[in-house]
Design a binder for this molecule. Structure first.
Ligand SMILES: NC(=O)c1ccc[n+]([C@@H]2O[C@H](COP(=O)([O-])OP(=O)(O)OC[C@H]3O[C@@H](n4cnc5c(N)ncnc54)[C@H](OP(=O)(O)O)[C@@H]3O)[C@@H](O)[C@H]2O)c1
Length: 370
């Protein structure tokens, strides 16, 4: 290492910490003033045009309702059009001025051009783009048997945000609009069995942080980072290593209402209207940032401890509201089933092990996949 860097290693960290300590009160004061001003004068969304991807369930659906209550014009995008129709009806009842639904795949650039063009043709402008489309997974990286899932997960979780943003940006510049991004706390607090998801979310945050510089505040960016808050993703919509999206069909038809999802959607929309750079829920996760920087081993030990017991895995099913029964599987991994004996995929359990075991009375694949 050259002498200059050696010297800087000694000088820069303590000097920066001292400067930060002195600047902290002034910075906090400026932030508080900004926050107060934005809280009193948030953006009025009435009659503005909001495009929401991933609006057919979970957080995206609730975000649509929040904008509807603020009397926005909505463009709801997802692949399941029948779900969008029902959500559009609800949004109209809640106060949305007009609602356009577009069945589209955000991974396809042409589809993104199509829904953005349809939005502009109908409403003449775009004020907010809310990116919510996503897909999680719960398998260990080494368990993957088909590597084609790698790009698929990155496509949905990363490129599925980048394409709509790219296509919408010229219109967002015209309105000095906003982009809302649904990242996850896993962008900096990675959990086991979510390697590709966490990587995509980290890429997403870095992408939009770079965009903040490039867009020079002409287009605002609000990044939402949250932990598990209970939507489809927590209700069983995950990816198998074979590459298909896994879900219990009836779970996908469930409308999630109440509780943290609604609350979080409200936080996101009001945060975006106030021009906040980040919306965090819950914010106490931030304390683990200190552990990540100064004591990363503690985080690793904690995860190992938590994931070492089956009890922790079972706890992840609490909240599905379904009758559960424990059924002994192959003797090594007891499996959890619904009352009817149908196996449930646990958060954090290998789908291959669960579905591959001949001792389980598992349903045919057409019952499980769409
Ligand atoms: N729920 C949580 O606890 C949690 C925690 C941390 C972060 N997040 C983040 O919050 C966001 C929303 O999560 P959620 O729980 O609400 O998930 P969700 O209910 O599974 O919703 C995902 C949405 O994305 C859509 N989608 C998926 N692939 C798509 C594609 N290729 N093209 C178009 N639409 C697509 C789905 O609709 P179709 O299937 O109809 O296309 C669905 O509307 C995600 O970005 C997620 O990473 C959630």
């Amino acid at each position: 290492m050259d002498i200059v860097n050696r010297l800087l290693n000694w000088v820069v960290p303590p000097t920066s910490l001292v400067i930060l300590a002195f600047a902290w009160p002034a910075l906090s004061f400026v932030s508080a003033c900004e926050w107060l001003y934005n809280a009193f004068y948030p953006e009025d969304i009435d009659d503005k045009v909001v495009v929401i991807t991933g609006a057919s369930s979970g957080i995206g659906e609730q975000i649509a309702y929040e904008y509807a209550k603020r009397r926005a014009n909505l463009v709801l995008v997802a692949r399941r059009e029948f779900r969008l129709k029902g959500i559009a009806e609800n949004a109209r009842r809640l106060g949305a001025r007009h609602v356009l639904t577009v069945a589209a795949d955000v991974v396809r650039e042409d589809d993104c051009k199509r829904f953005i063009n349809e939005a502009v043709n109908l409403f003449g402008r775009i004020d907010h783009l809310v990116n919510t489309a996503s897909l999680g997974h719960t398998f260990y990286f080494e368990e993957v048997t088909d590597t084609s899932v790698f790009p698929l997960l990155m496509d949905i979780n990363f490129w599925g945000n980048v394409y709509p943003t790219y296509v919408a940006l010229p219109y967002l510049h015209e309105t000095r609009g906003k982009i809302v991004v649904n990242a996850s706390v896993e962008n900096w607090l990675p959990l086991p069995r979510m390697s590709l998801y966490s990587a995509a979310k980290a890429a997403l945050v870095n992408f939009y942080e770079t965009m903040r510089f490039e867009l020079k505040e002409e287009v605002g960016i609000t990044i939402a980072t949250h932990g598990w808050i209970g939507a489809e993703m927590t209700r069983g919509k995950f990816m198998l290593e074979e590459g298909a999206e896994m879900q219990w069909k009836e779970e996908r038809e469930v409308h999630v209402t109440g509780g943290p999802v609604e609350e979080f959607a409200k936080l996101i929309v009001s945060g975006a209207c106030r021009g906040e750079p980040y919306v965090k829920y819950p914010s106490w996760y931030d304390v683990f940032l200190l552990y990540r920087v100064f004591a990363p081993k503690v985080l690793r030990w904690t995860f190992r401890l938590l994931l070492a017991t089956h009890g922790a895995r079972r706890a992840s099913l609490v909240g599905t509201g379904r009758p559960l029964a424990i059924m002994e599987g192959n003797g090594r991994h007891p499996s959890i089933t619904e009352g009817n004996g149908r196996p449930l995929l646990l958060e954090g359990q290998s789908p291959r092990k669960l579905f591959g075991s001949p001792s389980h009375a598992s349903p045919s694949s057409s019952q499980r996949m769409e």
